[in-house]
Design a protein around this ligand. Structure first.
Ligand code: CU
Length: 116
């Protein structure tokens, strides 16, 4: 009986500890983790730029074409290789407009607007 009580007490503590960790994770500022945005590449064009992008957010490009593309920032912030069907991501670390293009098809252009 006393053994069971001991177990019960321990598991109750574990539950409380888990709850505390969960609360911390939820309370942690969302900005620390950043949000995720997706830009789909389809028919030789970058999809519409995501809105509301902030510093620390992650942009993921997904290539739905059957040819290879890149997402290459003109300011050198990112240079992602995107074989057919692939996805690749970059974290936006600075505020401002980031024009980018595809190295294989320079007519393919896009721009990510990063807010503070
Ligand atoms: Cu391309």
């Amino acid at each position: 009986m006393s053994v069971d009580q001991g177990k019960g007490e321990r598991s109750r503590r574990e539950v409380l500890a888990s709850a505390a960790i969960l609360t911390l994770a939820v309370a942690w500022p969302a900005r620390a983790a950043g949000r995720r945005h997706v830009v789909v590449i389809d028919k030789m064009a970058f999809g519409a730029p995501p809105s509301g992008v902030k510093v620390g957010d992650t942009i993921t490009w997904t290539n739905r074409d059957i040819v290879r593309h890149t997402a290459t920032a003109r300011n050198g912030a990112f240079n992602l290789d995107l074989p057919p069907g692939a996805s690749a991501s970059a974290v936006m670390s600075r505020a401002g407009a980031v024009p980018y293009y595809c190295r294989y098809h320079p007519a393919m252009r896009g721009e990510i607007s990063v807010g503070v």
